[in-house]
Design a protein around this ligand. Structure first.
Ligand code: UD1
Length: 420
């Protein structure tokens, strides 16, 4: 069994280059299905979720070449609109392929992705929107079978909640629709704008992405294009948290300050100081972190749920009482019992509110990752804890952060991966 072994307590210092955003590369790889040509995607992180997306692309008939951090997808001769359950189950965001298949073929058969470690994650917003656009959906034994007997029509759609995945799926299906689609209460995450930027480079007509109202003029035929994935703002906050918790000083190269506008003030409240240059953020930690009075996760531009576990680790060693409220996913505090094994004093109420009494120090322990972001937060906890931490179930971590041990070693950590 693969494990990460960390000897904590070292101050992390130095420079590190940010990888491309997982939450951009996955929808953009799915979007290449809608392109009748070759997509050249740069700055792709090496992640197991990216491998899963590449497997799906190959299954449906795309030619995929990987050269370093560039993935070249030739979708000229895609021929299959059915994604088998085994491939769908590899990663939850595979549902985004459905919008791309509908756009390309007016047809799509996929397995329902089901719940996952962090919550139920239903797809009702996605399917409701597709139905309004004229898609006929058969759901049988977990298989979602979509046909469009009269084509897909552009519609005015309003989301009950600004769901990232639903916004992306609707954008993708709208490309192949007749007429104009207007999404109100759309998710505003930077990764949505990145998807729209890629599609516009391919000849789509998408306006307003990154804002609450996105307008897509459909029926465009997409051509070959080249695109570079935006930097990963969640990994940026992971490096920032590792500096904060170890009393260190780290420069994150390639970070976009504007993508972190709700995150930086929380670090400042904990006593961290920042310096900015073009596309670089330098964080300097105080000797002891302060408490974080109250943070609530909300859709972008609010505090991201994906960075919540990191803030919880900071709160666990900040002086005083911190309160963290999770409003996006049901099970995002599942890593807290593991953190408690490392000496944290945290009470979770109703699964959605964590009250942390900051302890002086965490100590090393044997723990297991419970999900991607929670697992990464346990690495940060291990980096600042006294003694040895062993983390099992590392596969979760590598879904979102490749070579994590290599990057933290560069910054001065004593961390290694072992098998057995
Ligand atoms: C994406 C991100 C994930 C991030 C999340 C919120 C990717 C690959 N993943 O996930 O890292 O944590 O955004 O920023 O980009 N919901 C419904 N019905 C739906 C869709 C969503 O009830 O049809 C609910 C979900 O259960 C959840 C909330 O809406 O409570 C937000 O989900 P959503 O924004 O769709 O997240 P994902 O796209 O799955």
């Amino acid at each position: 069994m693969e494990k990460l072994i960390i000897n904590g307590g070292r101050r992390l210092c130095g420079e590190v280059r940010l990888q491309g955003a997982k939450n951009s590369v996955l929808p953009i790889l799915a979007a290449t299905v809608a392109v009748n040509g070759i997509s050249v995607i740069h700055n792709c992180p090496y992640l197991s979720d990216v491998d899963a997306a590449v497997q799906i692309l190959r299954h449906i008939g795309c030619r995929v070449d990987i050269e370093g951090e560039t993935i070249v997808v030739d979708s000229t001769s895609v021929s299959v609109w059915e994604i088998p359950e085994t491939l769908m189950r590899e990663m939850r965001s595979s549902i985004i392929f459905l919008g791309a298949l509908l756009s390309r073929f007016g047809r799509g058969v996929v397995a329902a992705p089901g719940g996952c470690e962090i919550g139920l994650r239903p797809i009702d917003y996605h399917l409701d929107a597709f139905r309004k656009m004229g898609v006929v959906i058969g759901e049988n034994g977990g298989i979602i079978d979509c046909t469009c007997p009269n084509g897909i029509s552009g519609k005015r759609l309003s989301l009950n909640f600004p769901s990232v995945g639903a916004t992306e799926n609707i954008i993708l299906a709208s490309i192949g629709a007749e007429g104009e689609t207007v999404i109100s209460n759309a998710a505003r995450e930077p990764e949505i704008k990145d998807l729209a930027d890629f599609l516009n480079r391919c000849g789509a007509d998408i306006r307003g992405a990154g804002g609450s109202t996105v307008t897509i003029r459909g029926a465009s035929s997409l051509h070959s294009a080249e695109h570079s994935i935006i930097p990963d703002r969640i990994i940026a906050s992971t490096y920032m948290a590792s500096a904060a918790c170890t009393g260190g000083k780290i420069t994150v190269l390639g970070a976009e300050k504007k993508h972190l506008s709700s995150v930086i003030p929380v670090f400042e409240e904990a006593g961290c100081r920042f310096r900015y240059d073009e596309n670089r953020i330098e964080i300097t930690a105080p000797e002891r972190l302060r408490r974080i009075r109250y943070v609530k996760t909300t859709p972008y531009p609010g505090f991201p749920t994906d960075s919540q576990s990191l803030i919880t680790v900071m709160a666990s060693i900040g002086s005083g009482t911190s309160i963290i409220s999770e409003s996006i996913f049901e099970n995002r505090f599942r890593f807290v019992p593991e953190l408690i094994r490392m000496g944290a004093d945290i009470r979770v109420e109703n699964g959605c509110l964590a009250i942390a009494e900051g302890v002086e120090k965490l100590h090393g322990a044997n723990v297991a990752a419970t999900d991607l972001r929670g697992g990464t937060a346990l690495v940060v906890a291990g980096l600042c804890a006294d003694g040895e931490t062993q983390i099992e179930k590392t596969a979760y971590i590598y879904r979102g952060f490749y070579d994590i041990e290599k990057y933290f070693s560069i910054l001065g950590a004593d961390i290694r991966k072992v098998n057995g």
